[in-house]
Design a protein around this ligand. Structure first.
Ligand code: APR
Ligand code: PHB
Length: 389
């Protein structure tokens, strides 16, 4: 089989790329190792920057998001003795959209079905080859048969644990990593959210976040030590701990109920440079990971896809390599800015096990400074709603 762009990975990056490229007449094949049901059962982030919202509209996959998504003009930040609201709209004239990544992925699959693009689920042993030549190909197996897709370009959209990044020879890539000494315990519950806007809470017992998916679906997170075991957290313990960490007024009104999903995720910052090797281009989590504190993971994947889509469009429409040659450095500028912001938010809002009393005073002081400074809130807002592409 032959195609123009072979896409490894059918998560949000791979599907959005396929959607955008097919709309301009560029042929793609998406190779996804999991079944569609599996991909659509993963609960992930839920905050879209306005640039992401606009790109999803341009891609023709926004009708359900525009109907069911919740546009938020601000978010609340609370510590044990201070609280403030950052008004994104007043600060930057932008908002964010609350819409689950799972729903966005479902919309993309449905849109792809309508156009009739090629998506291979349950593809095993996917492997890109001859990436340094003008005629790369991707091999894979399915149901015991071997296949080969010849192509012009390979998009590595296969997430952090994918194959794409690892085929770049070790001496041709640099990896930058920071791990954090805690994880997030997340709960999804069919209860009305405690607040109309997200609450990010800094507490002596650890960070807490009150988020949501819809008017009847809440998403909450607690900072927990890395060694924590999921089975030690029944629902009662989770709600009791959440109430301790949220500001008093919110804690008094939180509606509890059975959890419908519960998981622990470690926090990590990671960047691979460059994001291109020969005819292989990395997009999304395959090239970088951010801790969820700034809600940037999905949005960065979307901006990578946008840059790559533009470069491919320039290549087929104008015969220009310019965009492709500039892809990695252009994408990495935005990646590092989001990595910095996510690291900063993480440091601002979590208690660290080795934090000295000096460090705690500095942390509280920074929190109070942001509460009192319009300039500091504007900087937070500008990054949270998303830096321009
Ligand atoms: N072959 C084929 N597919 C693979 C392979 C492989 N070797 N390895 C991984 N995949 C698939 C995964 O099963 C997954 O569906 O690639 C997909 C990658 O999807 P994500 O991990 O969701 O990464 P991405 O599409 O870049 O999305 C960005 O934003 O909020 C963040 O981390 C969150 O998933 C989110 C991400
Ligand atoms: C979520 O709703 O899943 C969410 C929201 C904000 C974050 C991280 C996750 O910063």
């Amino acid at each position: 089989m032959r195609t123009q762009v072979a896409i490894i990975g059918g998560g949000p990056s791979g599907l959005l790329l396929s959607q955008l490229l097919n709309k301009i007449g560029v042929e793609t094949v998406v190779l996804e190792r999991q079944t569609r049901e599996y991909v659509l059962s993963r609960i992930r982030a839920g905050v879209l920057e306005w640039g992401s919202v606009e790109l999803l509209r341009k891609a023709g996959v926004a009708s359900r998001m525009d109907k069911d998504g919740l546009a938020h003009e601000g978010a609340l930040f609370a510590s044990e003795n201070n609280q403030f609201r950052v008004d994104f709209k007043a600060m930057c004239d932008k908002m964010v959209m609350i819409y689950g990544q799972t729903e966005m992925t479902r919309d993309l699959y449905e849109a792809q079905d309508k156009i009739g693009t090629k998506i291979v689920n349950s593809a095993e042993n996917v492997f890109p080859s001859d990436l340094e030549t003008g005629s790369p190909y991707v091999s894979y197996e399915k149901e015991g048969r071997e296949y080969r897709i010849d192509c012009d370009f390979v998009a590595g959209c296969d997430g952090f644990h994918g194959i794409s990044r690892t085929v770049i020879p070790k001496n041709s890539r640099r990896e930058f990593e920071k791990t954090y000494p805690f994880g997030w315990l997340g709960v999804l519950s069919e209860t009305p959210p405690v607040s109309d806007e997200l609450i990010y809470a800094l507490h002596d017992r650890g960070f807490a976040l009150a988020s949501m998916r819809t008017a009847m679906l809440s998403r909450y997170y607690l900072q927990v030590p890395l060694a924590e075991k999921l089975q030690d957290w029944d629902d009662d313990r989770f709600w009791a701990e959440l109430k301790r960490r949220l500001p008093v007024k919110a804690a008094e009104t939180v509606t509890t109920g059975p959890s419908i999903e519960k998981s622990i995720a470690p926090l990590r910052s990671f960047v691979c440079e460059p994001m291109r090797w020969g005819r292989l281009f990395l997009c999304g989590d395959s090239a970088h990971i951010v801790p969820p504190t700034g809600a940037k993971g999905l949005n960065l994947a979307i901006s990578d896809v946008y840059y790559f889509y533009q470069a491919i469009s320039e290549f087929y429409r104008q015969g220009s390599q310019h965009g492709l040659d500039g892809y990695s450095s252009k994408a990495l500028v935005r990646v590092w800015r989001a990595v910095r912001f996510s690291w900063w938010m993480t440091n601002l809002l979590h208690r660290f096990p080795d934090q000295s009393e000096f460090d705690q005073r500095i942390q509280n002081c920074e929190f109070d400074y942001i509460a009192s400074s319009r300039a500091a809130q504007k900087s937070l807002a500008e990054n949270y709603v998303g830096l321009p592409y």
